[in-house]
Write a protein that binds this ligand. Sequence first.
Ligand code: FAD
Length: 285
Amino acid sequence: MQSQKKHPRVFSFEFFPPKTPEGREKLRATWKQLGQLKPKFFSCTYGAGGSTREGTLETVLEIRTAGFEAAPHLSCVASSRADLKAQLEKYRSHGIRHIVALRGDLPSGLASTGELRYANELVTLIRETAGDWFRIEVACYPEYHPQTRSAADEIRNFKRKVEAGANAAITQYFYNAEAYFRFVDECEAAGIAIPIVPGIMPIGNFAQLARFSDACGAEIPRWLRFRLESYRDDTASIRAYGLDVVTRLCDDLLRAGAPGLHFYTLNQAGLTTTIWQRLGLQAGS
Ligand code: FAD
């Protein structure tokens, strides 16, 4: 963890672009509430092939009008180089200087993979197109990406993104702090020195969490799965236990020197705010 301790802490909150007017209204209330915590930035996800292109940009622009930094995600799967360059130019024309660059996942039924195969190629394209205009965050996986063939591959492929010009990384969520510590040590040994900020998924709904985790390769440890399953439909108990577990996780990570936290808010402020308060973090931490 030595290389991580020297980075300043960065706290950030992630949203997805809402699809309906009600969703937009709800998200507005959410970012306004979370804005009181003065995060370093907000971010908004981007669907494969640009499927949420407008919603991502609109969300980011709206949040920026209130003076906050907001970073759009950009995924390269199912897109052409020309499309990606046009999107980068659009971001740039709005004065956006911060991007989360991803490969994305091909939705079932979509045949074309696009011109870029991996996120390191997107980072290269961004640097070729826009030089140092953008600060670039990339994804990494302490419990391994589902398509990774070996532990060595995971680090090698992450390093490709760093060498292509990524400034920082956000992890897939996890509930086992040891997985993060081990991953960070392996990155350090491989010469990766950028900040690796833990991605944090608050627990509000077990069925949804189990579905996400199966899809993205994040492990729900057996002790946690059993306990959450035992609550069945008792949402209040799931949330209460989840808050204890996730607050403890965040506390362990920060104490060990993690350079901040990135919350997957799922467009809700409640759980993230409670975890923040229980950690005793100040606005603008
Ligand atoms: P990559 O870094 O390209 O890795 C994908 C797989 O390919 C890995 O198994 C890797 O080991 C392997 N690999 C990488 N490079 C090479 C190479 N050169 N040669 C051989 N193998 C290689 N998805 C979205 O669609 N939209 C979003 O907005 C979004 N936001 C996210 C934010 C965060 C913080 C995280 C952690 C994930 C996000 N995702 C998003 C999900 C992400 O797109 C998926 O996890 C996707 O499967 C991988 O994306 P990546 O950028 O990590 O891909």
